[in-house]
Design a protein around this ligand. Structure first.
Ligand SMILES: [Zn+2]
Length: 419
């Protein structure tokens, strides 16, 4: 216990309290507007669907609140509760060398955390998602997914952790800078390889080949210089009824992915509009911009870790007596989210700005009306709330809430509306 203990507790309590309060606001706001479909959607969305969205959002907020409390309790158990110190003590007695024992400590701690996460995760999938008719994941698939994730984590994570620990021990005072270079190279490589190497381990990706769409899509792709190919359909229906579309990767590995669930309900005009939106992300270089910001953030994180790793108060303040570099890395991973939560609203704002830019691009390339129709279907199918709380949304949402986004698109419509 020292001054840092109190600082950490203050941040943990404040962050948890704010997150709980925001989730409660969201829940209350959605339930308050449950009785009627909001004006701009009144003739497009049934009351029953609106009420399902309200109930679903409310259930998700309850789950989020539980998650916040359990997460804070786990963090306390690992740190001040002595969980990490106990595990570090076991590895210190193992008799293995520094890097082996350190890698073992980090991997065993992260795997334990993942195992402790399973009950909450399974409850989300098999109880909440299932109650609203969204879940398609079988228990078998759930287990297979977990095993695959574990194997990928071991294959990719273990060498990375060992290399980082080696740098801490042997690269001198600038280890954190080399560590950041390694980390950034790893992140870029993962981002590059993910669409073609990792994602197909979990889902099937088929190139979009629709005769009725083909010419228009090729035209659109030419107009924005995307190159041919790279438009895929993913079998999202394997796990969930939720539908989506996203843009990922860069260079030759860039791709736009449609979930089969979404594609099924969209008309050709609407598919073209959604594709134009995703191409807007490509055109504006959003993926590149985000990668630059993330790597600057991780540079700051490594620089701070470079100081903390040699500070006795950092370990003792968080309940660790068995000091090691591996323990410092784990403590840093555990407590950082509570200190960086203040950046969340800025990051969300920036992401929403990108969504507006991509919507503007789609409105310029296609008829904005088609994107509006597609979005309404997307909100309906995902039971997204049409009446989110302003503060919750400003803090958390990476996409503008439905009414804001549709109002923005409507303002782009060239033709005046007929009254
Ligand atoms: Zn988008």
């Amino acid at each position: 216990m020292n001054g840092f203990t109190l600082t950490f507790l203050a941040f943990l309590l404040a962050t948890s309290a704010i997150h709980l309060w925001l989730a409660e606001r969201q829940r209350a706001n959605v339930l308050r507007h449950r009785h009627a479909v909001p004006e701009p959607f009144r003739d497009r969305i049934d009351l029953a669907i609106h009420q399902k969205a309200a109930d679903y959002t409310s259930a998700k907020m309850r789950l989020e609140q539980l998650d916040i409390i359990v997460g804070a309790l786990f963090t306390l158990a690992w740190t001040l509760g002595g969980g990490l110190d106990m595990l570090a003590g076991l590895w210190a007695k193992s008799g293995w060398g520094g890097i082996t024992a350190g890698t073992g400590l980090i991997i065993s701690a992260l795997l334990t955390m993942a195992l402790l996460d399973i009950p909450m995760n399974a409850y989300r999938t098999f109880v909440v998602e299932a109650r609203f008719g969204f879940n398609r994941t079988t228990l078998g698939l759930y287990i297979v997914d977990a095993v695959k994730q574990g194997v990928i984590f071991l294959l990719l994570g273990a060498p990375l952790i060992a290399l980082l620990l080696w740098l801490v021990m042997h690269a001198g005072g600038w280890w954190w800078f080399y560590g950041w270079l390694v980390w950034t190279a790893f992140t870029l490589a993962m981002f590059w390889l993910y669409p073609t190497l990792i994602a197909p381990i979990f889902n099937r990706f088929i190139p979009l080949q629709d005769e009725s769409l083909r010419d228009r899509i090729i035209h659109l792709l030419e107009r924005c210089g995307f190159g041919n190919g790279g438009i895929f359909i993913m079998d999202g229906s394997k796990r969930s009824q939720h539908g989506n579309a996203y843009f990922t990767g860069f260079g030759a590995n860039k791709r736009v992915v449609f979930f089969d669930t979404l594609l099924k309900s969209l008309l050709p005009d609407e598919i073209e509009a959604v594709l134009a939106h995703e191409l807007g992300h490509f055109k504006h270089g959003h993926v590149r911009k985000r990668l630059v910001l993330v790597s600057l953030g991780s540079l700051a994180a490594f620089a701070i870790l470079g100081i903390l790793i040699d500070a006795e108060w950092f370990y003792s303040g968080l309940g660790v007596q068995n000091i090691s570099y591996a323990a410092a890395l784990l403590l840093f991973l555990l407590v950082t989210p509570y200190f960086t939560a203040v950046f969340q609203p800025f990051s969300s704002y920036w992401m929403r700005k990108h969504e507006f830019e991509a919507d503007d691009y789609a409105a310029a390339q296609t008829d904005a009306r088609n994107l509006i129709f597609a979005l309404v279907k997307l909100y309906e199918e995902n039971a997204a709330s049409l009446t989110p709380d302003r503060l919750y949304s400003a803090y958390h949402d990476s996409h503008p809430p439905a009414p804001v986004r549709i109002a923005h698109l409507s303002s782009k419509l060239a033709a005046p509306s007929v009254t």
